[in-house]
Design a protein around this ligand. Sequence first.
Ligand code: FES
Length: 139
Amino acid sequence: MTDPASPAPAEPHARDTYSDRVLEHLARPRNVGTLAGPSGTGADANPSCGDRTTITVRISGGHIAELRFRTFGCTAAIASASVLTELAAGLSVEAAARLEPADILNALGGLPARKEACALMAIGALRGALVDARVRATA
Ligand code: FES
């Protein structure tokens, strides 16, 4: 039974402000752009704000050889996509497909709770690119 006098447990990644790591990715985003002739392209949008992230990926030998992102979105969306490109680079396709928003939040030192959904958009774009690559490879 929960003690009503105890404070609610904090969300593991929740913050009120942007971490230094988020601000560093905003100032110097990694892997920005669009690959020419990618293995796959994926995009996702946040329906609550209309922001959008697109990721292009090049796959070689079953691994993520290269990826780029473009984001029309907020600070959290840009930092999430930027750090996700770092997390995914070099992984096997299967491992990259298992990346989750929590991996982004851990890598960024958390996001303000109201911004955590912005990390979903980066994951959605990456997964879309991996699905597109699989479809193109079997076409
Ligand atoms: Fe739109 Fe963050 S507020 S993605």
